[in-house]
Design a protein around this ligand. Structure first.
Ligand code: NAD
Length: 252
């Protein structure tokens, strides 16, 4: 079976890795629900997909809000059909050293990444189980291995790896796989904001990062979209519960 007619949801799809993934899955033949806090951005990406001949809807929802998640997933199901692919990509950073980190910055990061992936997966799995087919891809990060100034984010991204493995164990018998992608440095608004915070021009920040990466370049959103495309394909049905680092080289 090809992707044609199947429905995918990409959270945080308004820009960056999520937008590239939504466009790639649409090109692969999926009808795509582009979900984001930023409604205008989500609708703009959906419009681009439609313009290119694909099928998509843009929706606004906070992935950490239980009622909003249920409403958005059900809206995708009624507008496009039962979602069988879910990419939990929405994310935020609230970096600070431990002694300066306030509780709100801890909670925000936990809520978007962990509570968000939980709520989205719980809402979408019922459609996957009915279809006896599903693919869940969670965006982790190399920060899961530890990163100065990111005690909240690294804990959330490591948490997503355990979450992914448990989803794989629970849902495998229903034809549903779950995998995590852990990107290294990807050139997006998120890494641009990090450069601004540390006071380095983004170009210099990117060039400096590239030097330390074996392939001598930083990642682009399409590098991650390509991997998502594989993991949600029929051919990836025996790959489940894995964490795949996409960082231009090995990680520690
Ligand atoms: P980005 O900041 O460019 O985009 C994130 C998107 O998520 C935005 O459109 C934002 O509006 C949306 N979003 C944030 N909170 C949300 C919420 N509560 N509900 C719905 N949408 C929400 O980020 P990006 O660089 O494209 O990152 C995408 C994912 O990849 C994130 O999970 C991030 O942690 C992860 N990641 C990024 C990198 C990197 O280097 N850029 C590296 C590793 C992992």
């Amino acid at each position: 079976m090809t992707a044609s007619g199947r429905v995918a949801i990409v959270t945080g799809g308004a820009r960056g890795i999520g937008a590239a993934t939504a466009k790639r899955l649409a090109a692969d033949g999926f009808a795509v629900g582009v979900l984001d806090l930023d409604e205008g951005g989500a609708k703009a990406v959906a419009a681009e997909i439609v313009e290119a001949g694909g099928t998509a809807v843009g929706l606004s929802a906070d992935v950490a809000d239980e009622a909003a998640v249920t409403a958005a997933v059900d809206a995708v199901a009624s507008e496009l059909g039962p979602p069988v692919v879910l990419v939990n990509n929405a994310g935020v950073t609230r970096d600070n050293l431990l002694f300066k980190m306030d509780v709100q910055d801890w909670d925000t990061v936990m809520n978007v990444h962990l509570r968000g992936a939980f709520l989205m997966s719980r809402a979408a799995q019922k459609y996957m189980i009915e279809q006896k087919f599903g693919r869940i891809v969670n965006l982790s990060s190399t920060s899961a291995l530890g990163n100065r100034g990111q005690v909240n984010y690294s804990a959330a991204k490591a948490g997503l790896q355990g979450f992914t493995k448990t989803l794989a164990i629970e849902l495998g018998k229903f034809g549903v796989t779950a995998n995590a992608i852990a990107p290294g440095f990807i050139q997006t608004e998120m890494t641009k904001a990090t450069a601004e915070r540390v006071g380095v021009p983004f170009e210099d920040f990117v060039a400096g990062a590239a030097k330390a990466i074996p392939v001598q370049r930083v990642g682009q959103p399409e590098d991650i979209a390509n991997l998502v495309s594989f993991l949600v394909s029929d051919g990836a049905g025996f790959v489940s519960g894995q964490v795949i680092y996409a960082a231009g080289g090995p990680t520690n």
